[in-house]
Ligand binder design. Structure first.
Ligand SMILES: [Zn+2]
Length: 384
């Protein structure tokens, strides 16, 4: 057995081990909105890319090293150094550019995959890790190198060459993959199959702090310009025309303005014709809309299920505001989940009355079982 060298060189390369650990600690506290499907597609891209990367090394070695025996012999630090020394300066410059291009490719994919900075960083780590491990598998499959995990490798050339035994990058990548896989949540779709009256019970676990904060936060900052009320009026006009495509465009315009004001990533919207009717054991509920935290897409229904009548503008707009407030919970307030707390309904009401241009009514609350609250609609309508 060859010597196990605990340290990569230069010394700061060892700090890479901290990246998955610190990220994981952060994700456990705040949650991570990346689902299995996205991770699988990223893994497919990264594994293919890792193989391409390995093939580049096969060609490079084939071009630089005279005999096949030499091709698979870089196993000590000295051999790794001397292999690097064989590379002429112009090829080394090309290698540096290729490495930079590789990183840009991994970063670009991560930017598309994640909806916010945290998810983008996780998508980058995940893609990088799968790419890195596939690269070594690809090398082993084509060159039978590395022969062991103790073989030395040149990890990177930017800004100076990084050296480590192969187990080091594989350990960093495995930790990164584990961290992302264990933190990525399959946060449930919000409001699917729920009327607005359904409420979540306060969670007992680590999410409780977020829940209480959501309950406490009873106001929402509102823009001073009239852009949102104007966008809402376009939705009303589009609804009167009755075309779902036009209504969708008007909603998108509204969401664009709102996302810009709150500085959150824009969410998607789909407007569907007839509401599905869900038949439960004891009751029948009609859906108004829902919000998927994974895809950040809001779905709204324009027609009621039973009579196929066009939903009233007030109900439609209130649903849009409600679903957008779920989006804000994740991306503005960074709550680990979005609950129907008193604060949530207060914030939703702030937004709805602002965009509709109606006076803000005070909401009256009555406690119900299990620490939950329900709006007292009679008192709320009466205003006291
Ligand atoms: Zn909801």
């Amino acid at each position: 057995m060859r010597d196990l060298h605990l340290y990569a060189q230069p010394w700061w390369v060892n700090l890479l081990l901290l990246a998955p650990a610190i990220s994981y600690a952060h994700w456990r506290r705040t949650g991570l909105l990346l689902n299995g499907r996205k991770l699988a597609i990223l893994a497919l891209f990264a594994a293919s890319f890792g193989f391409v990367e390995a093939v580049v090394v096969v060609y490079l070695r084939g071009a630089l090293v005279a005999t096949p025996a030499q091709q698979s012999s870089a196993s000590t630090y000295q051999q790794a150094l001397s292999f690097l020394a064989q590379i002429p300066q112009d090829l080394r410059t090309i290698e540096v550019c290729r490495e930079a291009a590789t990183m840009l490719m991994l970063i670009s994919v991560a930017l598309i995959a994640g909806s916010a900075a945290k998810e983008r960083w996780a998508a980058f780590l995940w893609t990088f890790a799968v790419w890195d491990i596939s690269y070594y598998i690809g090398l082993w499959a084509t060159l039978r190198w590395p022969a062991s995990l103790y073989d030395y490798d040149v990890l990177f050339l930017i800004p100076v060459p990084w050296f480590a035994q192969v187990w080091f990058p594989i350990l960093v990548s495995t930790l990164a993959m584990l961290g992302v896989a264990l933190s990525s949540s399959s946060a449930p779709l919000h409001d699917r199959g729920l009327g607005f009256r359904s409420r979540y019970a306060p969670p007992r676990d680590r999410d409780r702090t977020g829940f209480l904060e959501s309950d406490r936060l009873k106001t929402l900052d509102l823009p001073e310009d009239g852009l949102l009320p104007a966008a809402a009026q376009s939705i009303e006009a589009a609804m009167q025309a009755g075309k779902t495509a036009t209504v969708r465009l008007a909603c998108l315009e509204f969401l664009e303005q709102a996302s810009k004001f709150y500085k959150v990533p824009i969410c998607g919207v789909r407007v569907l014709a007839a509401r599905p009717l869900r038949v439960h054991e004891h009751s029948t509920t009609e859906l108004f809309g829902d919000y998927d935290p994974q895809t950040t897409v809001i779905r709204l229904w324009m027609r009621t299920a039973v009579r196929k009548a066009v939903t009233s503008y007030g109900t439609f707009l209130s649903t849009l505001c409600h679903e957008f407030c779920h989006h804000l919970d994740f991306h503005l307030f960074r709550f680990p989940d979005s609950w129907h707390t008193r604060g949530f309904y207060e914030r939703t009401a702030d937004l709805y009355h602002h965009v509709r241009g109606t006076p803000r009514k005070r909401l009256f609350w009555v406690p119900v079982s299990g620490g939950r609250w329900s709006i007292d609609w009679q008192r709320t309508r009466r205003g006291g």
